[in-house]
Design a protein around this ligand. Structure first.
Ligand code: BG6
Length: 477
């Protein structure tokens, strides 16, 4: 790799998780309910009815987990805070024990020199706010979300520098309000765009508060970016790809960076009668809340072709079982459809494996938004087997991560400013809809959908691979 630029000296090699997926203790020490607690109980919503009530018990074992992070050499650990641990009702009284848990976790990380990176919202909305006013569908949430974030900034920001405001707004909004596969399980595009606009305002309000409050460090959103490729150079397929770029990517990232909706995407919503209502002051708030970095969660690219008016439509059905080849074509009639890429292999869950796609993401974000980038998630979901001597030979994961890290290095060599790279995930954890069998970690957790067992931690082969990458600052890739 002699033409490649070295990773910067202070590059943040990290790994990530989210509260509901790792913590467990879902009703302990005063924690309130989140919208996921009841949703997972609805028949057929998650793989074999799996849930995060115990998850991987990180709440009780965080010291053991942080010690493993230190042994591996992590520079940063990205985790999310459960809103309903801090404010059981989503607003009002603070739960001191919730604050203590995260305060202790932050101190434990700092003790080993690991930089905490906090996600303020990773999908676990307090149930009370959903019941009270419909959660993200009410403008009341803008103040509640801002008040909650202020509690975090006031309590933790003297000790840490990196804040992710909202994780994958595009994913929880589309799954929650169009595909009905996340809470609140709605299938209504008009309500989806209305709720999405309110999330934009809440995100902007928190970003503005952080900047105006002169807290140290940086704040930015994490966006789930699957860059779109045209199936081929047939001009109709290229237009379909433009439709996808506008409505799947720029529709969110243009708002974060410039406070504007892409004109073409917005016009399409107006024509369909599903555009959000924009009130006085909204666009000014959005325009004055530029993030300090763009966070990107990258797993795969997508490939796009034209879709006739009577063509395929979107559905919440997907491959949640890990049986390859079960994914059906989806799209928006008259606009686009997603098709298989003949050049790429896929995972057991039919996600394309495309390291170059990560370089494409980084290049596009850099050119269009001119912001530093943190890769806040990237990883391979796979079936791992605990073998003799408690070893896990996750060679597929090592290959996946190695090639994606090289793509990051290529992007850096191209001139993109990348501050850090977090794998998904450090330990195995609950995959929201795919249960415990879809594993992502460097550390194997001995449990499955039905049995919690002892939740023993075992280091996989990839644990040592990443340890070497970090120790050599990328020289061993
Ligand atoms: C991202 C989320 O969408 O991808 C994570 O931020 C999630 O919370 C990860 O677990 C992997 O997705 P999945 O569906 O394979 O668990």
């Amino acid at each position: 790799h002699k033409e490649l630029t070295d990773f910067p000296k202070d590059f943040l090699w990290g790994s990530a998780s989210a509260a509901y997926q790792v913590e467990g203790a879902y009703q302990q020490d005063g924690k309130g309910k989140s919208v996921w607690d009841d949703f997972v109980k609805l028949p057929g919503k998650t793989f074999k009815g799996s849930n995060g009530e115990v998850a991987v018990d990180h709440y009780h074992r965080y010291k053991e987990d942080v010690a493993l992070m230190a042994e591996q050499g992590l520079k940063t650990y990205r985790f999310s805070i459960a809103w309903s641990r801090i404010l059981p009702e989503g607003r009002g009284e603070i739960n001191q024990k919730g604050l203590d848990f995260y305060s202790n976790l932050i101190d434990e990380l700092l003790r080993y020199g690991i930089e905490p990176m906090v996600t303020i919202y990773h999908w676990d909305l307090p149930q009370n706010l959903q019941d009270l006013y419909g959660g993200w569908e009410s403008r009341e949430i803008i103040k509640d979300f801002t008040d909650y974030a202020k509690i975090l900034f006031d309590n933790f920001s003297d000790r840490m520098k990196y804040w992710v405001s909202i994780n994958e707004q595009n994913v929880f909004i589309m799954h929650g309000y169009m595909l009905a596969s996340h809470p609140p399980a709605v299938n209504d595009p008009k309500r989806m765009y209305a709720a999405n606009h309110i999330v934009n305002l809440a995100n902007a309000s928190v970003t503005k508060l952080f900047k105006e409050g002169n807290y140290q460090g940086m704040i930015g959103p994490s966006f789930a970016y699957a860059p779109a490729y045209a199936l081929d150079c047939l001009p109709e397929n290229v237009i379909a790809t433009e439709n996808v770029n506008d409505s799947f990517a720029y529709f969110w990232m243009d708002i974060y960076r410039y406070g504007r909706y892409p004109k073409v995407a917005f016009r399409a919503l107006e024509k369909a009668g599903i555009a959000p209502i924009i009130e006085e002051g909204d666009m000014a708030l959005l325009a004055h809340s530029t993030p300090d970095f763009m966070g990107v969660n990258y797993y795969q690219s997508m490939t796009v072709a034209a879709n006739p008016l009577d063509g395929v439509s979107m559905s919440g059905e997907a491959n949640y079982s890990g049986e390859k080849g079960k994914t059906k074509e989806q799209g928006m009639p008259g606009m686009y459809k997603m098709v298989a890429n003949p050049h790429l292999e896929t995972t057991n869950w039919d996600w394309t494996i495309d390291p170059t796609g990560l370089r494409v993401c980084l290049r596009r974000i850099s050119s269009r938004y001119d912001l530093p980038i943190i890769i806040t998630e990237n990883g391979l979901g796979d079936f791992d087997t605990l073998e003799e001597n408690n070893e896990v030979h996750d060679e597929n994961r090592i290959a996946y991560l190695n090639n994606h890290c090289l793509a990051v290095q290529e992007a850096i060599s191209d001139g993109v400013e990348v501050l850090g790279y977090c794998t998904w995930s450090f330990t195995d954890l609950l995959s929201w809809l795919n249960g415990y069998q879809k594993r992502y970690g460097f550390v194997y957790i001995d449990r499955n959908e039905v049995e919690e067992k002892e939740l023993t931690r075992y280091k996989k082969a990839s644990f040592y691979w990443y340890q070497n990458v970090i120790n050599s600052n990328g020289q061993t890739l």
